[in-house]
Ligand binder design. Structure first.
Ligand code: PLP
Length: 371
């Protein structure tokens, strides 16, 4: 299978897998146990916390392990029920792990409004400013979008909100290894990451927090993670994520230059036989290696199935179920009309993709787009 769906999930890096396998078979102590096996497990967890903190320029004490990006986001939003200011603002192109949580929270007294984006998927800071209410306590805007890759001006947004006593969360799940993720520079209060997007295992992630006083647990029980996330820790996955974060940051330059090469080869190859392609998202400020392309006149579910039959994995920009194809809410929010919306595929490249694979992808697309 030629895999061009790295924004959905990434294969686990071989070094990460080797580390996890060895931990899984030998370090079976409970990290809360006092004996040496327990202490060994604890030291593995704390080592991973240091690695991930270093990768995002945080302190280890500012990291709580979660089961992934969804839980990290949930922890931030559910904590709003304990806050005085109960209004939240989010961009209209957030992941369901933000938007669905906010919808659910409306029956718990948390109100929210969505900030529109322009045709490139950029949220304007003046639009955000105009939507602020006296009781806005949290603004959540993703660092980069998972469907189109558009990067948001989080730093400027935080600057605008300074002195307004409003917390800022950013969902940075798509970003580590593909753009700098520096919590000091961004100056956000909360940031979510998920290991399976940067060649780590699935089912593990982190929530960064600037100040512990602003945090409350989402999972309660045994008091692990300094009382911020109960449950016996998933040691092998935590260790795997730590190593994956180290690899993602140390190999950053090589990784993004490889992604950019593949992307430009694909773009120029595609334009040589299909001039009607529409490139969605901000082409001048987006994640490298992620291309969201509409093929007017061609249904994405049919194209996707044909590529799949040829051994190529890509994503459709829109969700489909039981033969029914639904437009992507992200592309709709960016103003794309439905007929174009349902003709969209997402290609997301990774470090093991080669130039020959791109040639094969192009030749399959050429065949399918000329019928
Ligand atoms: C932007 C974004 N946020 C959150 C998530 C959810 O992360 P997880 O799969 O770790 O729960 C994803 C995963 O697709 C994502 O792309």
């Amino acid at each position: 299978m030629m895999y061009f769906d790295h924004s959905a999930t990434t294969p686990v890096h071989p070094d990460v897998l080797a580390l996890m396998n060895s931990i899984q078979s030998t370090i079976y102590g409970n990290p809360s146990s006092i004996h040496s096996l327990g202490r060994k497990a604890r030291s593995i967890i704390e080592n991973s916390r240091k690695q991930i903190a270093k990768a995002i320029n945080a302190k280890p004490s500012q990291i709580v392990f979660t089961s992934g990006g969804t839980e990290a986001n949930n922890q931030v939003f559910w904590s709003m029920i304990h806050q005085e200011k109960k209004h939240v603002l989010a961009s209209s192109i957030e992941h369901p792990a933000v938007l669905q949580v906010l919808s659910k929270l409306s029956s718990f007294g948390i109100e929210h409004d969505l900030i529109p984006v322009n045709s490139k998927g950029e949220m304007s800071i003046s639009r955000l400013d105009s939507k602020l209410l006296n009781n806005t306590g949290l603004v959540s805007v993703m660092l980069a979008n998972n469907e189109v890759g558009t990067i948001q001006a989080i730093k400027n947004m935080v600057e605008m909100l300074r002195d307004k006593n409003i917390k800022v969360h950013t969902d940075a799940v798509q970003c580590l290894g593909k753009m700098p993720v520096d919590v000091k520079n961004l100056n956000v209060d909360f940031l979510s990451l998920s290991a399976h997007k940067f060649y780590g295992p699935k089912g593990i992630g982190i929530l960064y927090f600037k100040n512990k006083k602003t945090m409350s647990p989402f999972m309660v029980g045994g008091g692990q993670e300094s009382g911020l996330r109960a449950g016996t820790e998933n040691i092998a996955s935590i260790a795997g994520m730590g190593l994956a974060s180290e690899i993602a940051t140390t190999q950053f330059e090589n990784h993004i230059s490889h992604l950019r090469d593949l992307e430009s080869q694909f773009k120029s190859g595609l334009s040589s036989f299909f001039q009607h392609a529409i490139f969605n998202g901000n082409q001048n400020n987006k994640l490298p290696g992620l291309l969201n392309i509409s093929f007017p006149g061609f249904r994405s579910d049919i194209l996707l199935a044909k590529l799949d039959r040829a051994g190529i994995a890509v994503s459709s920009g829109s969700a489909c179920g039981a033969g029914d194809i639904k437009p992507s809410p992200v592309l709709s929010a960016m103003g794309l009309e439905d007929t174009i919306n349902i003709s969209t595929l997402r290609f997301s490249f990774g470090p093991t993709n080669t130039s020959r694979e791109i040639d094969f992808l192009l030749s399959e697309l050429q065949t399918n787009l000329s019928n």
